[in-house]
Design a protein around this ligand. Structure first.
Ligand code: GLA
Length: 391
C-alpha cells in the first residue's frame, strides 16, 4: 500500500530502521442520534475509511517516541511508558499517552515502549473522531504486543476513559465504540444505556454518504460540549424529583417526557432534555425506516435532527446551518444534518450518486459566498474497526 511505503521512508529517517507492524484505525460518521450517547440514548454511526495509519516497532526500553506526518512541526514526541500524566508539551500525543496511562491503571502495564509513525487521512477538527481513532489505535497496539487479551468493547471503554479523565473531554461512548467496533458496509445501532448493539447493513442503492467539512477554524468545542452535558444532568435531576426510578433522559418516550417536563425548572435545560428524548426516538424510527428501504423517511429524520440540534440544543452555528440549508435545496439530496459534537466540524448527507456533482457545486458556491471560505467534500466508504494489518 502506497501510504505505508511513504510512511516506511519517514520511519527509517526518524528512527533508523524499518517498522515491524502496521495498523489502521478508522474515523466515524454518525448518521442519526446526536448528543444522546451521554443521556443513555441510541446512536447509529459507522466507521469510515478515512482514519489513522500507524507503523510501529517495539523498543527494548520503556521509552516511547511518536511522530505524526501531519504535524511535522511538532517533531518526535517522547515519554516514558509508566506513570504518565497529561502534559501540554505532548500536544496531540496526549491521546496516545492517555490511553497508555489508562490501560496501566486498569492493570495492563506495558513491558516496553515503541517507536511509532502516524499518518492521518482524517481532516483535523472535522468532527470525524480523529482523537477516538488515535485512542483505540493505541489500545490495540498494546493489546497486540503484550497479549493482554482485552476484548474490543473493554478497549473502547478504556479509550473513552482516557479522553474523559486524561484529556478532560467529557464525551460519551459513541466515537470510541464506532471506531473500535466498526464493520464494513454496516452502521451500528448502539444503545448507550446498555451497550447492546447490532449491525445494520447500509443499503443506499444509487446513493452515497457525503461528508462536508465546514473547515471552520478551531473552536472551543470541549468547554461548550461539557456544558451541554451538565445541562442534561441537571434536567435529569429535576425529572427524578417526580420520577425517582429514571436513570437516563432517553429512557423516556416523547409522551412521557411531555407529561413530566414541567419538573425541569430551567427553560434552557428543558429544551436540551427535549432534544435528547426526541432524538433518541428519531434514531429508532430511522433504523426501522432504513431497514424497510424507506430512504426518504430516513432523510426527513436527518433534517428534523438538524433542526432540533439547532433550535433546542444550540450546537450548530452559522457554518453548519448554511451547509445543511443549502443541501436541503438540492434535488437528489435525500437527507442532510450536522454530525458529531457540532460547533463547526462536518455535515453528513445522503446524496444520489447522479446528484453529487450538483450537490458539491451548490454547497461550495453558496457556502463560500456567505462564510468567506470553501467547504471540503468526502464520499465516505464504510469501513472495519481498528485492526493490525498482517503480512
Ligand atoms: C462527540 C462526542 C460523542 C457524542 C457526540 C455528539 O463526538 O465524543 O460522545 O456525544 O459528540 O453526538
Amino acid at each position: 500500500m502506497q501510504i505505508f511505503e511513504d510512511m516506511q521512508k519517514v520511519f527509517k529517517d526518524k528512527f533508523g530502521q524499518d517498522a515491524a507492524q502496521k495498523y489502521f484505525s478508522p474515523g466515524r460518521v454518525n448518521t442519526l442520534g446526536e448528543h444522546v450517547d451521554y443521556s443513555g440514548g441510541n446512536v447509529f454511526p459507522c466507521a469510515i475509511s478515512l482514519g489513522t495509519y500507524a507503523l510501529v516497532s517495539p523498543r527494548t526500553d520503556n521509552k516511547t517516541r511518536v511522530y505524526s506526518m501531519n504535524l511535522a512541526d511538532k517533531g518526535v514526541i517522547e515519554f516514558d511508558m509508566h506513570g504518565l500524566k497529561y502534559n501540554a508539551a505532548y500536544d496531540w500525543a496526549n491521546y496516545v499517552a492517555g490511553t497508555i496511562a489508562t490501560l496501566e491503571q486498569a492493570g495492563h502495564s506495558a513491558a516496553n515502549g515503541f517507536d511509532i509513525v502516524i499518518y492521518g487521512t482524517l481532516p483535523a477538527g472535522a468532527g470525524l473522531s480523529s482523537s477516538a481513532s488515535l485512542e483505540v489505535l493505541t489500545a490495540v497496539i498494546l493489546n497486540e504486543n503484550f497479549n493482554f487479551g482485552i476484548d474490543m468493547i473493554e478497549m473502547v471503554k478504556l479509550s473513552q476513559k482516557a479522553e474523559n479523565e486524561f484529556v478532560g473531554m467529557n464525551c460519551g461512548i459513541m466515537d470510541q465504540f464506532a471506531v473500535g467496533m466498526g464493520k464494513k458496509d454496516c452502521a451500528i445501532l448502539l444503545d448507550c444505556n446498555t451497550l447492546k448493539y447490532r449491525y445494520s447493513p447500509i443499503k443506499l442503492g444509487d446513493a452515497s454518504i457525503v461528508i462536508t467539512n465546514t473547515n471552520k477554524p478551531h473552536s472551543l468545542v470541549t468547554s461548550a460540549y461539557n456544558e451541554r452535558r451538565k445541562e442534561c444532568e441537571n434536567a435529569l435531576r429535576d425529572l427524578q424529583t417526580v420520577k425517582p426510578e429514571l436513570k437516563a433522559l432517553c429512557e423516556l418516550t416523547n409522551e412521557e417526557f411531555d407529561e413530566i417536563s414541567s419538573a425541569i425548572k430551567d427553560p434552557i435545560e428543558k429544551l436540551r432534555a427535549r432534544h435528547a428524548v426526541r432524538e433518541n426516538q428519531r434514531t429508532l424510527e430511522g433504523v426501522k425506516a432504513l431497514e424497510a428501504n424507506d430512504l426518504e423517511k430516513f432523510g426527513q429524520l436527518m433534517h428534523d435532527s438538524h433542526v432540533s440540534l439547532c433550535e433546542d440544543y444550540d450546537v450548530t452555528g452559522v457554518e453548519l446551518d448554511t451547509l445543511a440549508e443549502l443541501a436541503w435545496t438540492v434535488k437528489g439530496c435525500i437527507g442532510s444534518r450536522m454530525t458529531g459534537a457540532g460547533f463547526g466540524g462536518s455535515t453528513v448527507s445522503i446524496v444520489k450518486n447522479a446528484a453529487i456533482e450538483d450537490f458539491k457545486k451548490t454547497l461550495e458556491n453558496g457556502y463560500t459566498k456567505k462564510i468567506g471560505y470553501a467547504p471540503s467534500f468526502y464520499v465516505a466508504d464504510v469501513s472495519d474497526g481498528t485492526h493490525m494489518i498482517r503480512g
